[in-house]
Design a protein around this ligand. Structure first.
Ligand code: AMP
Ligand code: TRP
Length: 326
């Protein structure tokens, strides 16, 4: 039987942080063992907010290096840049013409970004989720591994597939989101989702000293003020990170020691730091190697783009026939 297809994407915003890693990318690698996986660097999505054209290409290359270093090598999956497969924007246009404005105005991310970028509420920011729907449906993907903040967009993708199929005839399956065990990581402030724009992130390629410093000063359970106060691991962002990086027996031990004030937050953080670096050190090394071999990175992206173009062209043929374009 053919393997089920997975599709996911990430914006080339210049940094990949621990939220991206444990919310999505770590899963992306694991899924390559059992699924047919396609991963995309979504440069067109990144153009919906203010960006610098002169560093854009380097940001794309940096994202590619980081993703390959995380294990998304060419022999495991297809990795490519969205703008290299023009069918994405072509299909997005058709979805634009099928979708009521109200559906887009309701999107939480649109509302958040409209607040954050009040001086640049462009049409792309509004139709962003339809380009995302096109990314996914162009490959007839059935599963989409993402963090929690993307669930609403995947729901809209399902609705878009349904709308298209009802209007023009069956073409697209309705995909499901696939969440990791830690689908929402807070920033080092412990207040909002870890994100580059909030400057509360820990980059996975940051020097170990920086990662340690950021962890040591990160917010923990706010009820735990003195070393002797028992804490609640379920409300502590650092414990969420433990769940993703530490072995099961350590996770249990940490939860117990936190609840009984057996250890303080500093010790908990030092243990976490050691496990994080166990996992990130080889990734950092591989990323540094890839920086010295840009041709290999470009070849990986080109291989991915070629294969994806083939798939995308076939699906667009179907779409064109159904929609009467020809
Ligand atoms: P982005 O950087 O917005 O393109 O996000 C790439 C992937 O990382 C998406 O699947 C997001 O849902 C996921 N992600 C981003 N921030 C977080 C976070 N703080 N916690 C968990 N997942 C996240
Ligand atoms: N909107 C997603 C984010 O900000 C990125 C993205 C674009 C995506 N296209 C996608 C994720 C397709 C999954 C599938 O994280």
């Amino acid at each position: 039987m053919a393997r089920q297809r997975i599709f996911s994407g990430i914006q080339p915003t210049g940094i990949i942080h621990i939220g991206n890693y444990v919310g999505a990318i770590k899963n992306w690698k694991a899924l390559t063992d059992t699924y047919d996986c396609i991963y995309c660097i979504v440069d067109y999505h990144a153009m919906t907010i203010e960006y610098n054209p002169s560093s854009f290409f380097e940001n794309i290359m940096a994202a590619a290096r980081t993703l390959i270093a995380c294990g998304l090598e060419q022999d495991r999956c297809l990795l490519f840049v969205q703008s290299q497969v023009p069918e994405h924007t072509e299909l997005a246009w058709i979805f634009n013409c099928l979708t009521p404005l109200g559906d887009l105005e309701r999107m939480t991310q649109f509302k958040d970004k409209s607040r954050q970028h009040a001086d640049n509420i462009n049409a792309g920011l509004l139709t962003y989720p339809l380009l995302q729907a096109a990314d996914i449906l162009l490959y007839k993907a059935e599963l989409v591994p993402v963090g929690e903040d993307q669930v609403q967009h995947i729901e809209l993708t399902r609705r878009t597939a349904r709308r298209f199929n009802n209007r023009f005839g069956m073409v697209f399956p309705e995909p499901d989101e696939l969440l990791s065990i830690t689908p929402r990581i807070l920033g080092t402030d412990g207040q909002t989702k870890m994100s580059k724009s909030m400057n509360n992130y820990i980059g996975i390629l940051e020097p170990p000293e920086t990662i340690k410093q950021k962890l040591l000063t990160a917010a923990t359970d706010p009820q735990r003020i003195r070393r002797s106060d028992p804490g609640d691991p379920d409300v502590c962002n650092l414990f969420t990170m433990h769940k993703s990086f530490s072995p099961p027996e350590i996770i249990q031990q940490i939860a117990h020691d936190c609840r009984t004030a057996g250890i303080g937050c500093i010790q908990c953080k030092e243990t976490l730091f050691a496990y994080i670096m166990d996992e990130l050190s080889p990734i950092q090394q591989r990323a540094a190697e890839l920086e010295r071999t840009p041709d290999l990175v470009r070849a990986t992206l080109e291989y991915g783009a070629q294969r994806c173009r083939n798939i995308a062209q076939q699906v667009m043929e179907e779409v064109r026939k159904k929609t009467g374009i020809r």
